[in-house]
Design a protein around this ligand. Structure first.
Ligand code: UDX
Length: 443
């Protein structure tokens, strides 16, 4: 009977997983080496924005089911199942995944364990990691305890992290021993709906499922964005094109929204890490298309900057530009590899007076690029703007109509870099209005 679950690493993934495991009825210890993080989580405070998560953490901190600690020794003597949820960032100065944290956490945990336990990796890792770590666990754990390893990749989306963890659309586990699969089935029994697919496989497949899913999603977005380049040149409507091909159920409409492209802490780094890993395996050619996907994605940001330059007659010096959205997507305050923030910084570097507004992302953006002008409301951002650029499709921006801005802006000029507004309505109201994937007469 599994009662005690630990989660090593209390960042985005770990904090969510810990809270959700408590919600499923387990006693949970969240572990981190950062005492400040542990202090604030123990008070029920989160260092990032995720709908519903602070409430869930407070609920279970209050119920006593969820606690946080920096003390791995206690955890090793207490836990039945230990989830590893530490980060695998892009290597500094490289494109591969930095495995320092996963390796260190697994080795220290294995040394700290004093009762039979299962270690479960959740981090996104290069294929081959689980097999290597299973060996490490065997070497580092005490001879009188049975400590094994399983791999259970996480597919949660920011903004929907709680729902994706408590009611996942599938669960994938890589195990080397049927007993470990049985433990994980037990752990997740209350999260499994009657029809939730349960996929038990080997380590390598489990690791690859995660990176394949992300590579596929990135490819889908870049595919439609590549067609954007064509419709920009010849005319045509990229959204109608996406709708039309999306009706084919083999293709599907999701993740075919053309715009300024993908960002965030996962897709960009994961496709680069995958390419690097297959390169190490002597298979560079196999995933070469991912390099193209990355390039298409980055070219979308160039396109927005070029449109801005064209609309403002080639010189951005002193021009006031409102950038609406620096979180990499709505419902998030995450600005890692954010297309909107990248565009804002490039406009600023070209001499523009940039006013940035994001409902949640300003604080994180200001930590990275303090010199941009951050404002507290959309109204403030667009006041006296020569150009408004919509880069993240928050609801607040999706509902905009020309009359909302007309009395505020200096010039009626707009780039909708997420294709969420009705171009005919804005053009009808006399705006110079550009979208991505749409032919723009002035540029
Ligand atoms: C992603 C995966 O979806 C998730 O399964 C994995 O666990 C982590 O990586 P996330 O980073 O939260 O999740 O964001 P996601 O919703 O996938 O969006 C990624 C980026 O793609 C965002 O910048 C978004 O704006 C962009 N995007 C998405 C598009 O440009 N067009 C689309 O049609 C969909």
């Amino acid at each position: 009977m599994i009662e005690n679950i630990s989660v090593i690493g209390t960042g985005y993934l770990g904090a969510t997983h810990a809270a959700c495991m408590a919600e499923l009825g387990y006693n949970v210890l969240g572990v981190d080496i950062d005492p400040e993080k542990i202090d604030s989580l123990s008070r029920g405070e989160l260092p990032f924005h995720e709908p519903g998560l602070p409430e869930l953490i407070r609920k279970h901190v209050d119920s006593g089911r969820l606690r946080f600690t920096t003390d791995l020794e206690t955890v090793g003597a207490w836990g039945d199942v230990h989830f590893i949820a530490v980060g695998t960032p892009q290597q500094a100065g490289g494109t591969g995944a930095d495995m320092t944290f996963v390796d260190a956490a697994t080795a220290s945990l294995a040394r700290a364990i004093t009762k039979d336990a299962l270690i479960v990796g959740k981090s996104t890792v290069p294929v081959g990691t689980a097999r290597r770590l299973a060996k490490l666990v065997e070497e580092e754990s005490a001879p009188d305890v049975r400590v094994t390893l399983a791999w259970n990749p996480e597919f949660l989306r920011e903004g929907f992290a709680v729902k994706d963890t408590i009611s996942p659309d599938r669960l994938v586990v890589g195990t080397a021993d049927p007993a470990d699969e049985a433990i994980l089935r037990d752990v997740y029994s209350d999260a499994l709906g009657r029809d939730t697919p349960w996929i038990n496989t080997d380590f390598e497949t489990a690791e690859l499922v995660k990176v394949a899913a992300n590579a596929f999603l990135a490819t889908k977005i870049s595919f439609i964005n590549a067609f954007s380049e064509v419709t920009e040149a010849v005319g045509g409507n990229i959204t109608t094109l996406a709708d039309a091909i999306g009706h084919d159920t083999r293709i599907g409409r999701k993740f075919l929204n053309a715009g300024v492209g993908f960002g965030g802490g996962c897709l960009p780094k994961d496709i680069r890490a995958l390419q690097t890993r297959v390169g190490e395996l002597g298979l560079d050619h196999t995933m070469r298309f991912l390099d193209e996907m990355d390039q298409i994605n980055l070219r979308r940001r160039d396109r927005v900057v070029n449109l801005a330059e064209n609309i403002l007659s080639g010189d951005l010096t002193g021009k006031r530009i409102a950038v609406l959205g620096v979180a990499f997507k709505p419902l998030s305050d995450d600005v890692r590899d954010s297309p909107g923030l990248d565009v804002a910084v490039r406009l600023f570097s070209a001499g523009a007076d940039v006013a940035v507004y994001d409902p949640e992302g300003n604080r994180n953006a200001a930590k990275r690029f303090p010199r941009l002008g951050y404002v507290d409301s959309m109204t403030e951002a667009v006041t006296n703007a020569d150009l408004v650029v919509l880069t993240t499709e928050w609801n607040e921006f999706k509902g905009l109509v020309p009359a909302d801005l007309e009395s505020l802006v200096a010039q009626k000029q707009f780039i909708d870099a997420r294709n969420v507004l009705d171009a005919a309505q804005w053009e009808g109201a006399g705006w110079r209005f550009a979208q991505l994937g749409r032919h723009f007469v002035d540029a």
